[in-house]
Design a protein around this ligand. Structure first.
Ligand code: SF4
Length: 368
């Protein structure tokens, strides 16, 4: 006995789900058709064509966090690479992964982008783009010295932190940066000022033991993609120990990081399992996993795409939360939902905490 074609698919669609998602899940609900356009049949050894009753699929509820996925800074960085290739032709060099997502990088490579780690890997006669995470000042300075065409795709919200750090430095302050060692954004921010001007603090224990040269002339800035709650704890320690420490004018953790963490908190408590689509290199994606666990999800996992799901994680799960980090494209979310719906009788419901309408302009050099 063998099967020909796929199993019957059944899916409930929440009336609150609109547009593309509603069409996608309804498409999954249609029975699979064979080449003659008839529903698939189970063919028995004697080639009888009796219709087969497919096995019942276990119901599962999918809570889809919103906002999720691409932020305005990532969207802008990708557009910069695409527009640069249109303007100058391929190859266009990109220093460091433009955003931390393999699928995005591979798609841009196919268009003609060449990703390198350092500026000295780029030829002088081709344009180079600096990634959304920001770069130390020495990098554009070197590009200018070599008379290269370069486009800075640093997210404007990261640039804002750079400007803040410089302002504190010019005021004669010692600066604390709350962030993760080795992350390109931290390397970029520390590289805005001379060595020793910024001290990196990674943990509450660091904040408890840090000794500034002069507590009366102290400021802090933060990485944009941190856990809101962890950072608040560290800031609390610094403000208790150094009451006159100068804070950023406006929160450094960006709107996209905050909104994605709020959306995960809203759905994690009702989720047996939360799946976050993102790269282990993506700080905001890794934070979403931590936030989901802390907000009450029984389990939370980071996956690059549906291919990385271990389906044993679903054992006993009745509701699964799905979200994506700021560098993960929506088609990976769609692929994950489709993979779940092919195995379970899935009901999809969006859990939205806010709407986003932030758009950043492209650098002027691309319009010239
Ligand atoms: S996560 Fe925030 S800071 Fe980073 S690129 Fe997106 S908007 Fe900019």
């Amino acid at each position: 006995m063998f099967f020909l074609g796929g199993m019957q698919r059944r899916l409930h669609v929440s009336p609150r789900l609109q547009g593309k998602w509603r069409r996608a899940v309804i498409a999954l609900a249609r029975p699979a058709r064979n080449r003659a356009g008839r529903p698939d049949l189970l063919l028995r050894e004697n080639f009888s064509t009796e219709p087969m009753t497919p096995p019942e699929k276990r119901p599962i509820s999918i809570l889809l966090a919103a906002p999720r996925g691409f932020c305005a800074g990532v969207d802008r960085a990708i557009q910069i690479v695409e527009q640069a290739i249109r303007k100058w032709g391929a190859p266009v060099y990109v220093r460091h992964e433009i955003v931390h997502n393999r699928h995005v990088v591979e798609r841009l490579e196919a268009l003609g982008a060449v990703f390198v780690e350092e500026l000295h890997d780029c030829p002088e006669d081709r344009p180079v783009i600096f990634s959304a995470h920001g770069v130390p000042k020495a990098v554009p300075a070197e590009a200018r010295r070599r008379e290269m065409i370069f486009v800075d795709a640093t997210c404007p919200l990261v640039s804002k932190v750079h400007v803040e750090a410089e302002r504190h430095y010019e005021a004669g302050h010692e600066i604390v940066l709350i962030g993760h060692a080795g992350h390109p954004e931290v390397i970029g921010t520390m590289g805005q000022l001379p060595p020793g001007a910024i001290t990196l603090l990674e943990t509450v224990a660091d904040a408890e033991t840090y000794m500034p040269r002069d507590p009366a002339r102290l400021s802090f800035v933060t990485q944009t993609t941190l856990s809101v709650d962890d950072t608040a704890e560290m800031v609390g320690v610094l403000q208790r120990r150094f009451p006159s420490i100068a804070a950023p004018h406006k929160e450094d953790i960006c709107y996209a990081t905050t909104n994605r963490q709020d959306a995960v908190k809203a759905m994690a408590e009702q989720s047996d399992l939360v799946l976050v689509i993102g790269s282990p290199k993506s700080s905001n994606s890794v934070r979403l996993v931590e936030v989901a666990k802390r907000a009450g999800a029984r389990d939370a996992r980071l996956v690059g795409s549906a291919d990385e799901v271990d389906w044993s994680w679903f054992d006993g799960a009745q509701s699964v939360g799905v979200t994506a980090g700021a560098s993960a494209p929506e088609d990976l979310v769609e692929g994950l939902i489709a993979a779940i719906a092919s195995r379970y009788d899935a009901r999809v419901e969006e859990v939205r905490v806010t709407k986003e309408d932030v758009v950043f302009k492209l650098p002027r050099i691309l319009a010239e």
